[in-house]
Design a protein around this ligand. Structure first.
Ligand code: GZL
Length: 337
């Protein structure tokens, strides 16, 4: 069955052959883009072309997520047009428009922030190109704009972090002063992890959120904001960081201030990437809520089903757990990312 992208490639190849020269491949997805292995534009009639607009390369989690998507596309024989938006929504929108022009079979992306997608998603809908959301959600009212959202429950992740804190301080009267390093402003994981954590500790007045600010999911951001927190507050008991990378940056600031991370200031993070798990095993972090980045296999399965016209569930949730310091020591030797 010829796919649209192959028909276009076939037509342009035929035209070029008649013209007797040139090349029918077209890799101009968008700046910072690449077409991974799996065969170029004029592949077999069964060749599926997937356009993927990635957030960026801001954290260890993102790197693992990108690796999973590229590896899974290759294994599935799906041609991947990949774009890195450097954490800018306008770059993701530009990449999606480029995928529409290229008439890819499916578009998938991880929306850097929740809002501002309706226009470009309606363009994809008018072009009859199905869209799959991975990792992060959009706040659009119109759920017909995408086939499914494949990713974690970030509110639950925040709740798991709050539940651990309540356990940890069950026998203490408090006050327990908490500072929070939020993820990227407007991003679904930042909004939901903050909400879930706040919901979990809401019933206990001993927990005081004394400062909360975005570190943009990066180590540099986490270090910079934690330095400011330490300057402003001499009585911080707990840091809740929305990802390992900000937590690792904060550890640098805590140690530079002459304090002991994991003891003077207890630290809870989210992700469970290798560097975070090492810090947990070393006692510098106290608890990590896992957020699974290995979405590649489930994404490629969904892409093939969508192209084949099969129904897929509107929500595909990823499996994930939590880690204490002891569990991190046991898990590290076989950690995939
Ligand atoms: C969560 C993902 C977040 C990670 C961060 O699914 O979107 O973005 O928790 C990453 O590490 O930057």
């Amino acid at each position: 069955m010829f796919k649209k992208a192959s028909l276009v490639a076939f037509a342009s190849a035929a035209a070029l052959l008649l013209a007797g020269c040139g090349d029918d491949s077209d890799d101009t997805a968008s700046p910072g883009s690449s077409s991974a292995a799996g065969g170029g534009g004029g592949g077999s009639s069964e060749q599926i072309t997937l356009g993927f607009a990635q957030v960026g390369a801001e954290s260890g989690w993102r790197t693992a997520n990108t690796d999973s998507i590229k590896k899974s596309a290759e294994e599935a024989g799906i041609e991947l047009q990949f774009s890195d938006a450097q954490q800018k929504q306008e770059n993701q929108i530009r990449a999606i428009r480029s995928f529409i022009q290229q008439k890819v079979d499916v578009i998938a992306f991880s929306p850097v922030i929740e809002s501002g997608w309706d226009a470009v998603l309606n363009e994809a809908k008018r072009a009859n190109i199905p869209v799959i959301l991975t990792d992060r959600a959009v706040d659009s009212e119109d759920t017909s704009l995408y086939k499914t959202f494949l990713g974690s429950d970030f509110v639950l992740e925040g709740q798991k972090a709050g539940e651990w804190l309540k356990e940890e301080y069950a026998d203490e009267a408090g006050p327990v002063n908490i500072v929070e390093l939020q993820g990227t402003t407007g991003a679904a994981p930042a909004i939901d992890r903050q909400q879930g954590f706040a919901d979990a500790i809401a019933g206990e007045s001993k927990f005081k959120m004394i400062a909360s600010q975005t570190g943009d999911f990066t180590r540099a951001g986490g270090k910079q904001v934690m330095e400011a927190f330490l300057q402003a507050h001499k009585d911080i008991d707990v840091l809740y960081a929305h990802n390992d990378d900000m937590g690792l940056g904060a550890i640098e600031a805590i140690e530079a201030a002459g304090l002991t991370p994991g003891e003077d200031i207890k630290i809870i993070t989210v992700d469970a990437v290798k560097d975070g798990m090492q810090a947990l095993a070393d006692g510098k972090i106290n608890f990590i809520v896992e957020c699974n980045p290995l979405l590649g296999p489930q994404l490629m399965d969904a892409v093939k089903k969508v192209v084949a016209g099969e129904e897929i569930p509107p929500r595909i949730e990823t499996e994930e757990t939590t880690f204490t310091q002891e569990q991190a020591k046991a898990a590290l030797p076989t950690r995939q990312y």
